[in-house]
Design a protein around this ligand. Structure first.
Ligand SMILES: NC(=O)c1ccc[n+]([C@@H]2O[C@H](COP(=O)([O-])OP(=O)(O)OC[C@H]3O[C@@H](n4cnc5c(N)ncnc54)[C@H](OP(=O)(O)O)[C@@H]3O)[C@@H](O)[C@H]2O)c1
Length: 504
């Protein structure tokens, strides 16, 4: 048989090596709502090795059984798909709980001993993933605890990886400090900074669309693209997360991570291969090329939702939400005009916005092409021709549509705009895996392509530094009624260029 037959095909599903995932912050929301459901789904689709264990740590006193019961409840609440008693039985047999304070050195010696005993009893093989699903203020203590107790060390047959949840710092200085703290105990290739947006199939599809088709890339530059609009809109408000949001705001919660990642995937050069360093190198180059924001609100606008109507229901303003200050100036909306100063994108504006309490939930990238250089159909007044727009919809109704001009039926030669539409959901029969599931699997397989490198995290903060500084000195914020597309100032950002925001 030819030798190539035996070569590993990395397009085929792979099952990871035995390992143990230690979750710090195990009694918290993210563990029950995202991590355990994602791991359960991996177990159900037989993507987890038999010798796999989860060890949860937080201060709340619980037995292994009580912890399993809590997670099961979370699973039933947060997963809409059918629950299988058989899958749960075998998956939950590998779930354990250790009560402990992350700030106490004793927690780490107890954890180390417990993990060793698990390796012996369950054959988990000595490889560890430490998932930091707790408040960022605990990250330094956890990293030190793991380093001091020797658990960050690897040997030839086992690995030690650490996963850092967002937010990755609050600004450039704190991101740098966090990077150096983690890097003092772990090598960069052991560190996995997670942005779950990158686990979404449709976000990965931006790269698939651009780099697996010959027809887009020749047009994907300043010769043909007029401007690009990126929208990350949510119709919900802050709900029960008022206290968290007061500290974060839309810039830190969405723009620094998700929106900048979407910008990078849209603007990057084609990587040579789809390996971690090639892809991340190209993303970092985009971040380096983004023009620093000038002072003032000409290029960066923020807003906060007031009382209004969403989907026919009257909703409270941000300042009336629980745990929000009545005079808060935290932004729930951000609009930016950015330029990527390189050969490909010189002079092409990237307008980006993210907001809560918008009229609908929608994440999309709209690439607006330049008009045709000449039209043979022109008559007096409007000829009905509109420039082409390629829209990549990330959620909901994931897909791609291309607006093209077509002849309106009839005896004249009137042109109308029509959409060529592809819905991913109808094109493929397979269910898209959950974003966390995909990333957890990559993590176990040791593939960091869809995780954030240290310089990416810092590069993104660097771009936003001047905006954050300017806003921190302001005592007022423009308001917009809930259920609208943001404050008037956001419209003005485009109007001065003779353009307007899309209404997805
Ligand atoms: N929830 C989400 O949807 C989401 C999304 C993206 C990112 N994140 C990030 O993920 C992380 C966790 O979020 P979360 O929503 O799960 O937070 P959470 O519900 O507040 O959970 C925090 C966890 O930390 C534990 N904890 C607090 N102090 C501790 C200490 N001294 N020692 C040991 N454990 C301690 C808490 O349990 P005890 O009180 O029992 O100790 C709890 O289990 C945060 O960094 C957050 O920003 C969350």
């Amino acid at each position: 048989m030819p030798e190539a037959f035996f070569q590993e095909d990395d397009r085929l599903p792979q099952t990871p090596e035995p390992s143990t995932m230690v979750i710090f912050g195990a009694s918290g929301d993210l563990t029950s709502r995202k991590l355990i459901p994602a791991l359960y789904d991996l177990a159900a689709s037989r993507r987890l090795p038999m010798e796999f264990a989860v060890v949860g740590i937080s201060r709340t006193e619980m037995s292994h059984e009580e912890f399993r019961g809590k997670l099961r409840k979370g699973l039933e609440e947060h997963r809409s798909e059918e629950f299988s008693e058989d899958v749960w039985k075998s998956f939950s047999a590998g779930i354990f709980y250790l009560p402990g304070d992350s700030k106490e050195p004793r927690t780490y010696s107890e954890l180390r001993d417990f993990l060793r005993s698990l390796d012996e009893e369950r054959g988990t093989g000595g490889s560890r993933i430490f998932y930091l699903s707790s408040s960022p203020s605990l990250f330094p203590a956890i990293v030190d605890g793991l380093g001091e107790s020797g658990m960050s060390a690897e040997d030839e047959s086992s690995y030690s990886r650490i996963v850092i949840e967002k937010p990755f710092g609050r600004d450039l200085a704190s991101a740098r400090e966090l990077n150096s703290e983690i890097q003092s105990r772990f090598r960069e290739d052991q560190i996995y900074r997670i942005d779950h947006y990158l686990g979404k199939e449709t976000v990965q599809n931006i790269m698939a669309l651009r780099f697996s088709n010959g027809i887009f890339e020749p047009l994907w530059n300043q010769n043909y693209v007029d401007y690009v609009q990126i929208t990350v809109a949510e119709d919900i408000g802050v709900g029960t997360r008022g206290a968290f949001y007061e500290e974060a705001g839309a810039l830190r919660d969405i723009v620094q991570n998700h929106l900048m990642q979407v910008l990078c995937l849209t603007a990057m050069e084609p990587p040579v291969t789809f390996d971690a360093d090639s892809v991340r190198e190209e993303k970092v180059k985009v971040l380096k090329a983004v023009r620093p924001f000038p002072e003032g609100e000409e290029y960066a606008v923020r807003g906060q939702y007031g009382r209004g109507w969403v989907w026919g229901e009257e909703v409270e303003g941000y300042r009336e939400e629980d745990e929000v200050a009545p005079d808060s100036v935290t932004e729930t909306f951000v609009a930016l005009k950015m330029f990527v100063d390189n050969w490909r994108w010189a002079g092409v504006p990237f307008y980006a916005r993210a907001g809560k309490r918008m009229p609908k939930k929608s994440t999309e990238i709209a690439v607006h092409f330049k008009p045709t250089p000449h039209t043979p159909f022109a008559r007096a007044g409007d000829d009905g021709m509109e420039p082409n727009v390629l829209v990549i919809r990330i959620q909901p109704e994931e897909g791609v549509s291309l607006k093209i001009g077509a002849k309106v039926p009839g005896s004249g030669f009137e042109i109308g705009a029509v959409n060529m539409d592809l819905l991913y959901g109808t094109a493929f029969l397979e269910e898209a895996p959950d974003a966390y599931g995909r990333l957890l699997l990559d993590l176990m397989l040791g593939d960091p392509t869809l995780f954030i490198r240290a310089d990416e995290a810092e590069g993104s903060w660097r771009i936003l530094e001047s905006v954050m500084k300017a806003w921190s000195e302001k005592e007022e914020i423009p308001l917009y009624p809930a259920g609208t597309w943001g404050p008037e100032e956001a419209d003005a950002l485009l109007e001065s260029d003779g353009r307007e925001w899309r209404r997805p």
